[in-house]
Design a protein around this ligand. Structure first.
Ligand code: NAP
Length: 459
């Protein structure tokens, strides 16, 4: 048997998930100096994970990173297995039979719950659903959001909450030149929402959004930012927190919020309320959300480690549509251990572990490893670290039994799975761009797997 990673016997790696973490893992493998074959699996026919389905449509520049991923995909030894779901179309044992190592980079596909009464009333949604819907993700394209009331509440103050509330606050003209899904633009054009509230349980010094995102809110065409100056009277611990060396972004956020609080009374048709020290404790309504009960919070704890504690003071406010945006969560992969509390696959140095036992040849990268934190670029060092562990294990990796991707593809096709290659994706990409052109959009996405496959069959 030749050594793994040589021209005679390339190292075969299955990467599960084609978002940033998956592509950076592939890049690290190709740059390792070994001869490597990477097959990248995605349950969708389309690659790029959250860059396609998560990044806000009005933030097109962020999507330029796709060019980097296209270059990685053009490497010798790379193949895309789109429209193949690990755990449904192929199980982990089969992957292990065809690959020497498996890297799971399948992200965090679901969301955390608030755990409050009324959370499942109609009109109460997750950010995940809304983001998927406006981005044309096939799982969410059929969702509907009733935008006929004036007040929308978004709970959480991360950049996802920011995206969701900004999309609600923008005019159709501001969104029209983006790659927002046609169905979403149409529904948003009929929106009656005039007041979007982005509500944080802690204070302005702890908000997780980043300075460019909060600055953008002050520049919207027909929406004014509203901040209550009383929320900016910081407690001593928050003042100390802002002096910490790593609090530069928080200081900038607070500066921007102060500028908003000092602005004259709003005059535009919509308002974007940035609110603090409030936790929703109940959603009420007759069959659908009509009001939210909030509890006012105070901060407790040391600078840099303050948490929100309820004061017992509660009040209700009318609400027509409610979104929770309190963090994503990974979903279990059949056949692998899962940490329910953290929503991640447990690992040590990126090696998947069951209790104390390392599962040989199985690794994790990205959000399914560390949880849903950081920006796209954070995944690069994360995935390189994963690949470093894999390469350190190379001398003792058990070579797979069937080092043959065609054999696996044959099994999938025999089971009725239409495997979508990277060349197929290029055809879908070109068709989407052509569809968008006539509408002045960068692309008009296919939003169902069926229409993607039908297009490929025709092409
Ligand atoms: P996030 O940044 O972790 O924010 C989660 C928010 O939910 C925080 O405000 C958090 O408050 C709040 N929260 C959590 N549990 C809560 C509860 N029980 N009640 C009330 N509030 C609660 O997560 P995210 O917004 O989902 O974003 C995920 C990652 O993607 C982040 O790293 C983000 O920066 C990144 N991202 C970046 C961009 C961009 O660069 N433009 C866009 C989208 C996403 P506490 O702080 O009090 O915990």
């Amino acid at each position: 048997m030749s050594e793994l990673g040589t021209a005679a016997r390339p190292l075969r790696v299955a990467v599960v998930g084609s978002g940033p973490a998956g592509f950076y893992a592939a890049e690290a493998l190709f740059k390792s100096g070994n001869t490597v074959h990477v097959d990248m699996f995605d349950r969708l026919p389309t690659p790029f994970g959250l860059v396609r389905g998560g990044v806000a449509p009005d933030h097109q520049k962020i999507k330029n990173v796709i060019k980097v991923y296209e270059r990685i995909a053009a490497s010798d030894g790379f193949a895309f297995f789109g429209n193949v779901m690990v755990g449904r179309d192929v199980d982990l044992q089969t992957l292990k039979r065809h690959y020497d190592a498996v890297i799971l980079s399948c992200g965090a596909e679901t969301d955390r719950r608030l755990g409050i009464p009324g959370e499942d009333l109609a009109g109460s949604h997750t950010a995940t659903e809304f983001v998927g819907w406006y981005n044309g993700h096939p799982d969410y394209r059929d969702r509907s959001f009733d935008l006929s009331a004036e007040v929308a509440m978004v709970i959480g103050q991360g950049n996802v909450a920011m995206d969701v509330s900004r999309i609600l606050a923008k005019t159709v003209d501001e969104l029209a030149g983006s790659d927002i899904a046609g169905h979403a633009l149409e529904a948003l054009s009929r929106s009656k929402v005039t007041d979007v509230h982005m509500v944080g349980r802690r204070g302005p010094a702890q908000a997780k959004f980043t300075p460019p995102e909060i600055k953008e809110i002050g520049e919207l065409a027909d929406c004014d930012p509203v901040v209550d100056p009383r929320d900016l009277e910081l407690d001593p611990a928050s003042r100390a927190e802002l002096e910490l060396p790593d609090a530069k972004l928080n200081r900038k956020n607070v500066e921007t919020l102060r500028e908003y609080a000092a602005r004259p009374a709003p005059t535009k048709s919509r308002r974007y309320h940035i609110r603090f020290f409030l936790s929703p404790v109940e959603l009420r309504g007759d069959g659908r959300v009509e009001e939210v009960v909030f509890e006012r919070n105070v901060l407790k704890g040391e600078p840099g480690n303050q948490w929100a504690e309820g004061t017992g003071e509660r009040f209700a406010e009318p609400c027509g549509i409610f979104f929770r945006s309190v963090g994503y969560r990974g979903v279990p992969v059949p056949g692998l251990p899962f940490n329910e509390r953290k929503g991640i696959i447990p690992s040590r140095d990126s090696r998947v572990v069951e209790g104390d036992v390392v599962l040989p040849g199985i690794y994790v990268a990205g959000w399914i490893k560390r949880g849903p934190s950081g920006v796209i670029g954070t995944n690069k060092p994360d995935s390189y670290e994963t690949v470093a562990s894999l390469l350190a294990d190379l001398p003792k990796l058990e070579p797979c039994e069937v080092p043959d991707s065609d054999a696996l593809e044959g099994l999938l096709e025999a089971a009725g799975v239409h495997v979508v290659s990277f060349d197929d994706w290029r055809k879908l990409d070109a068709a989407e761009i052509a569809r968008g052109k006539s509408q002045g959009k960068p692309r008009e996405k296919f939003t169902t797997v069926e229409e993607m496959i039908a297009h490929l069959r025709e092409a």
